[in-house]
Write a protein that binds this ligand. Sequence first.
Ligand code: NAD
Ligand code: IPM
Ligand code: MN
Length: 365
Amino acid sequence: MTCRIAVLPGDGIGPEVIREAVRVVEAVGAATGIAFDFTEAPIGGAAVEATGDPLPPETEQACLAAGAILLGAVGGPRWDREPAARRPETGLLRLRKAVGAYANLRPVRVHRAMAGRGPLRPEVVGTGIDVLIVRELTGGLYYGERGLQQEPFGERAYDTMVYTTPEIERIVRMAFQLARGRRRRVVSVDKSNVLETSRLWRRVTEAVAEEFGDVELEHMLVDNAAMQLVRNPGRFDVLVTENTFGDILSDLAAALCGSLGLLPSASLGLPGRPPLFEPVHGSAPDIAGRGIANPLAAIASAALMLRYAFGLEREARAVEDAIDEVLAYGPWTPDIAPPGAPVAGTEEVGRAVALKVRERLAPAP
Ligand code: NAD
Ligand code: IPM
Ligand code: MN
């Protein structure tokens, strides 16, 4: 069996961190004999520059022909004044829709070695944080009708949030199923005190919950959820929410881990379509080109790819254990280095993880 991977480095630090993720997957191949086949294709600003289109047809075809898609990040100040059709982010949204990736899983775990290195007090982190954010990814404000109109006294802009029963059912059902393999607690986050979409979300969630008598359901308003995530993150197991709330809450949760450079994601969807794996962070224009971006979120995304796209559980675990070892003992990029410790670059960290992966999967006799 050959594992076919479409590699979309994208913009800014995207290519820098994806290079290290590919290095680690190659180390898995070298240690196990599993065949990985990589096809690289442009997306985002890089694709706009090359073709005028942030998701060229060739890229979309390469993705649909692959068993998995590994993506860096898209966007940057250079394209911030472009019309929507030529924006890098539009390419990513079109790709998510094209592969039907409606379920974005963002696991948030705080490694014990990171306690005290992030913004939270060690006693808050030390209770053990293990939250799975399940973000709806192909509906809501991101895909609703939007527009900009001239008015006599200025302009008028609008974006619309739309959700249908089937869209809510499938994502909430996925969250409940995942909770069964964990601590059996689901918190559904909405804004049902204001939004009609949220009131529908709540009703549908309660109906789905009937199928899962063994899983506990709690509803929480999104503003309170933001506060609870900081105050007492240990109380969350699975957190399911709509697209925009999930985007915002996952960056907040990333800060709990110590750095946005640590959080991976897996976007799963329609059967027969390739899943998409990407770090939660963006193209980080403020540090791009300096070789200091943290590659661990991209590498952890590759681990999720091994698990969910190819069923390679042992190999995924080896990568995750190697990441934990590097978090504990270094080398560290500047965003996570303990005070006073020497700092390393993106490539040094990638090489360290790849080496430890080889040691774990093919121990010396
Ligand atoms: P960002 O996630 O790129 O960066 C936010 C902050 O986190 C910056 O200070 C950055 O230096 C830091 N950071 C991010 N990743 C890091 C890493 N791996 N290692 C160390 N530090 C890291 O968010 P932003 O600055 O708001 O957005 C920049 C661009 O990225 C925008 O064009 C945005 O649209 C795009 N974006 C893309 C994606 C994606 O492709 N999935 C996700 C988020 C943002
Ligand atoms: C993310 C990003 C994207 C999103 C942007 C770049 C469209 O912020 O993956 O979290 O909002 O979904
Ligand atoms: Mn985001």
